[in-house]
Design a protein around this ligand. Structure first.
Ligand code: PMV
Length: 315
């Protein structure tokens, strides 16, 4: 039997969806990138009692008494232990995070990825990418209801993807000379509810909403071309069009609309929500660092709680 006197560690980054959220659930493409500015660290260590103990921002205590809110994490732990064939307990899982929770940055998937990695590291077992993805998707089904798989793919991987549900991963090179300004509204997003509401809208208005989803998909395809041609102005225009459709799909919010307007007024080439919406984060695009800083200042002035400037493409 393996002697478990060591500690297991796991890391995962957040992600940004540049284009295609919500439509990706229906088989349209999305463009997303890992966002290493925010990350989750998980640590597994042996304890004397034969229980699983959790220590995270939301809860400290035995896994058996963890709140409903953490069911995706509980699933990630239980399913990993089943695959590892390690029913015995007696460890503590500690999680620290700089990924803002429920803000469209894939925090639930990232927590699962870091946890699964830490457990496999603790039990000294190799972890194949396919197993990591499968386990993360199981946890995401609990968190999101009907996930596209994009969050699991992005938080377990390290390269930007042109992602289509149930298709092999297609890395995309973001050879675009531009800056993304990412801003948090400070309002908790509601991905599960937003995804369910879009599904209900599609059922009640199949033609109209179906057309909007296809249009979003087409904007993603055009964005891919704009990126390949290093044309941020075109991409910004597509981002604005996508935001309007996301508003129509009812997944934006007054706080996002306000920050999108502030970014555009401050000279952004385009701005839109990122992730599930109804709060959470938005992304704006600029070609120069000074323009990005000006937009960032305007976003803070308009109420953004945290901002990041991220240089896309060549450094
Ligand atoms: O809010 P997040 O970070 O979980 O992103 C959700 C993205 C959606 O397209 C709305 C849902 C999905 O499963 O792809």
């Amino acid at each position: 039997m393996t002697k478990l006197d060591s500690v297991g560690y796991g890391v995962a980054t957040g992600k940004i969806i540049l284009m295609g959220e919500h439509a990706v659930v229906y088989g349209e493409p999305a463009i997303a990138l890992p966002f290493p500015a925010v990350r989750i660290n998980a640590k597994v260590e042996k304890i004397a009692q034969s229980i699983v103990e959790l220590d995270c921002y939301f809860y400290q205590g035995p896994l058996t008494e963890a709140p409903q809110q953490l069911t995706n994490l509980i699933t990630a732990i239980k399913e990993s232990l089943a695959v590892l064939q390690q029913p015995q307990q007696g460890f503590k899982l500690s999680i620290t995070s700089t990924v803002p929770a429920e803000r469209g940055m894939g925090s639930s998937a990232a927590v699962a990825v870091a946890t699964i990695r830490a457990l496999f590291s603790y039990f000294k077992q190799p972890l194949a990418d396919s197993v990591l993805l499968e386990l993360t998707n199981q946890a995401e089904k609990i968190a999101h209801g009907n996930p596209s798989g994009l969050d699991a793919a992005m938080t377990s991987g390290s390269v930007p993807l042109y992602y289509v549900k149930n298709q092999p991963f297609a890395p995309i090179s973001l050879n675009l000379k531009a800056y993304l300004i990412v801003a948090d509204t400070g309002i908790t997003g509601q991905t599960k509810k937003a995804v369910a509401d879009v599904a209900a809208l599609l059922e009640s208005h199949p033609q109209e909403i179906g057309d909007k989803i296809v249009t979003l998909g087409n904007l993603v395809k055009q964005s891919k071309h704009a990126i390949e041609k290093n044309n941020p102005v075109l991409l910004g225009g597509y981002m604005n069009q996508a935001q309007q459709i996301l508003v129509d799909l009812t997944v934006s919010s007054p706080e996002i609309d306000l920050l999108v307007a502030a970014a555009n007024q401050a000279g952004a080439l385009g701005a839109k929500l990122t992730g599930g919406g109804r709060g959470g984060c938005l992304v704006a695009l600029a070609t120069t660092k000074s323009a990005a800083e000006q937009i960032e200042a305007a976003l803070i002035e308009a109420g953004a709680t945290i901002t990041w400037i991220y240089q896309i493409g060549e450094k």
